[in-house]
Ligand binder design. Structure first.
Ligand code: SAM
Length: 267
């Protein structure tokens, strides 16, 4: 796993923009009787909690590898919200976690791109579904945005480039066709689509702050506080030139890939 744990406060700054794809994913899950479900890479668990209302009979587990994200999830859980006995959180790596019972629905929102080897990963996840079970996934697929090229070239020019692992800015997201063919090859019926959100942010600096809470974590983890500030300031200068403000604010186009794939029913 890459260096740099998650900072729940920093991550949650763009909560409504980050929650929208989760809602859009849920809308495409077919009507299901769900008794066992999991949310892989559940983060702070506030979105996981919404699944309780979708599936009133379900027992749901949120799985995440970050102690800091799970601390927030467990605090919310301890705050006495309804149905808490149906929801629990577990610290584990998605790549190796196994559900104790077959799952009727497995959700992974904005998490699988942090896990490598998607052919192997999909086989692993599909193997945990019950007959008729559904795998519902969303991942960012927006590395064509100029801010990523700016971050890569800034790092390459920086005095710290030797210290930063080559894979620090790398995530795993394959093409839509890869997911369609791989899931069909595993015997599922997949629907695969992409959506480009036009996030209206208050400034180009907000784009950099957005990335600091996710993609740039492994890079920032290699730098001390002064170096982090210098890197983020230089990236903000480039972002200002790349993302001009207009009447709607600064638009950050954000492409996301989705799939919902159903297993055949045994009957
Ligand atoms: C971008 S956040 C998404 C959180 C939540 N699903 C949401 O939509 O708000 C990604 C989450 O995936 C978790 N994650 C990344 N790699 C993981 C792995 N290999 N195993 C378990 N969790 C992982 C991170 O700790 C983080 O909480």
């Amino acid at each position: 796993m890459l260096k740099g744990d998650w900072d729940p406060q920093r991550y949650c700054q763009f909560r409504s923009e980050r929650a929208q794809p989760f809602h859009d994913l849920l809308h495409r899950i077919p009507p299901l009787r769900v008794q066992q479900a999991a949310d892989l890479g559940c983060g702070t668990g506030d979105l996981t909690r919404l699944l309780l209302d979708c599936w009133p009979e379900a027992r749901i587990v949120g799985v995440d590898s970050s102690a800091d994200m799970l601390r927030v999830a467990n605090q919310l859980q301890g705050a006495g919200a309804a149905n808490t006995d149906r929801l629990r959180f577990e610290r584990a790596d998605i790549a190796s976690w196994r559900a104790p019972e077959p799952l009727d629905c497995l959700v992974a929102n904005a998490s699988l791109h942090w896990v490598p080897e998607h052919a192997r990963l999909l086989r692993h996840l599909v193997g945990q579904l019950a007959p008729g079970g559904v795998l519902a996934v969303q991942m960012p697929r927006n590395r064509d945005q100029p801010i990523y090229r700016a971050a890569t070239s800034l790092l390459a020019e920086s005095p710290w480039c030797q210290r930063i692992a080559a894979e620090a800015l790398t995530v795993t997201v394959e093409s839509p066709a890869f997911y369609a063919h791989t899931l069909a090859g595993l015997g599922l019926q997949p629907a695969v689509w992409e959506t480009i959100y036009q996030h209206a942010l208050p400034s180009a600096a907000a784009i950099v702050e957005w990335l600091a809470g996710t993609t740039l974590r492994p890079v920032l983890a290699c730098l001390d506080a002064n170096e982090q500030a210098a890197f983020l300031a230089a990236l903000t200068t480039r972002a200002n030139a790349l993302y001009p403000a207009g009447p709607a604010g600064v638009l950050f186009p954000f492409r996301r890939l989705f799939f919902v794939a159903s297993c055949p029913d045994s009957g």
